[in-house]
Ligand binder design. Structure first.
Ligand code: GDP
Length: 367
């Protein structure tokens, strides 16, 4: 056992005895100054991911420990998947510590998005979920936008204390920390980043100038996200990579939209109206009549309606129907991890379908 050596990629304890388990590395690799586990090695060099073996309870135990520290908690969320990337009970984890909320992937939102309004929206949503952040910032970790400012704010609020960075898997936490390291110390790419949720394990400590540390915590999986029911290939299609182009549909009553074969929206009643779809630009939208929708799905799921493709269809969960009556203007119907649809005016009856296990919810519109 080599309990005291940690992988510089994911932070997991290195072991040399059990190939295929977490933290394995061939003994020869231990001679290197910076040890990387085989899993991170593969990810880095072959873009190949192995599954995560830590349980939710392990993640939660680690997060609970933060409550007993005296620190600043930096919570990162994915602005494209605000609800799906929220850590339930975060205020409890943080204990008495202040929480700085950072919305990442702001590059995905249309450029015309009003950032101040968005921050107000995040504030209101946070409050509804029981969190009062000390401040809210928007960044794009990938594009390096807002990183300097975030560093400045972290410095301001931490007041000589340690910093714990928390977030769900896939929010871009590793990318953010890599940027922080790059900006602060000029070291590049020392933490694993990837498309697949669940690739950051255990804690990684990064020393700060005053002897304190910035700690990267493991990402918690939110099981109701689309990412957990689709294949890795499909995940690439549904994860937006650049600015989302909103797609506007003028719908008549009893018309249906399919989002690939992953989700469906039936516009049942409420007069002719426009709805706006915020989804990855690579995901095809098909319009049809409501009475033809079941047949169309039956015949074309895996073909015209994909992802999932034909091979993936067998393991793909059934679509579950959720019916809503829209009672407020500017309402989003959110398909967790896939995107959302904005309904501008109240008075619509809509059914939204998502794979079993993926949550669908209403919220005041983000944009
Ligand atoms: P972690 O699981 O939270 O550590 O997330 P990663 O840092 O591994 O990032 C997850 C995915 O999000 C990767 O595909 C990243 O390329 C992507 N990503 C991270 N930051 C950004 C960002 O600012 N904008 C966009 N568009 N994608 C990002």
């Amino acid at each position: 056992m080599n309990q005291d050596i940690h992988c510089i990629g994911c932070g997991v304890s290195i072991q040399t005895e059990r190939p295929g388990e977490l933290g394995f590395t061939p003994p020869s690799a231990l001679e290197k100054e910076e040890v990387i586990c085989q899993r991170c090695f593969r990810l880095k060099h072959y873009n190949e991911v192995q599954d995560v073996e830590l349980s939710d309870q392990d993640f939660l135990d680690i997060l609970h420990a933060i409550g007993s520290t005296d620190s600043l908690v930096v919570k990162i969320i994915d602005i494209f998947d605000f609800n799906g990337s929220w850590i339930p009970g975060i205020q409890r984890f943080a204990g008495r510590n202040q929480v700085l909320l950072i919305g990442n992937k702001v590059d995905l939102l249309p450029k015309s998005t009003n950032k101040n309004k968005l921050i107000q929206w995040m504030k209101a949503q946070s409050r509804e979920m029981g969190l009062t952040p000390v401040d809210i910032l928007l960044v794009s970790a990938e594009k390096g936008l807002g990183i300097q400012e975030a560093l400045g704010q972290i410095e301001t609020y931490r007041q000589g204390r340690d910093v714990y960075v928390v977030g769900c898997t896939n929010v871009g936490k590793s990318t953010f920390i890599n940027q922080v390291i790059k900006t602060a110390a000029g070291r590049e790419e020392v933490i694993t980043t990837s498309h697949v949720p669940g690739t950051t394990l255990d804690m990684i400590e990064i020393p700060l100038d005053d002897g304190k540390k910035l700690v990267d915590t493991p990402g918690i999986m939110n099981h109701h996200q689309m990412a957990h029911v689709v294949s890795k290939k499909a995940l690439k299609t549904i994860t937006p990579k650049k600015e989302i182009k909103p797609r506007v549909y003028q719908l008549n009553e009893r018309q249906t939209l399919f989002f690939g074969g992953l989700a469906r929206l039936d516009y049942i009643q409420g007069g002719r109206r426009s709805i706006i779809c915020y989804l990855s630009n690579s995901l095809d939208i098909h319009r049809t009549k409501l009475e033809k929708a079941d047949d169309l799905y039956e015949k074309h799921a895996g073909g015209m309606l994909q992802p999932p493709n034909k091979n993936e269809l067998e393991d793909f969960p059934e679509l579950v129907r959720h019916e809503f009556s829209i009672k407020s203007d500017q309402t989003d119907i959110v398909f967790s991890g896939l995107g959302w649809v904005t309904v501008k005016e109240k008075g619509a009856n809509i059914a939204a379908y998502a794979p079993k296990g993926v949550s669908v919810l209403l919220r005041p519109s983000l944009i």
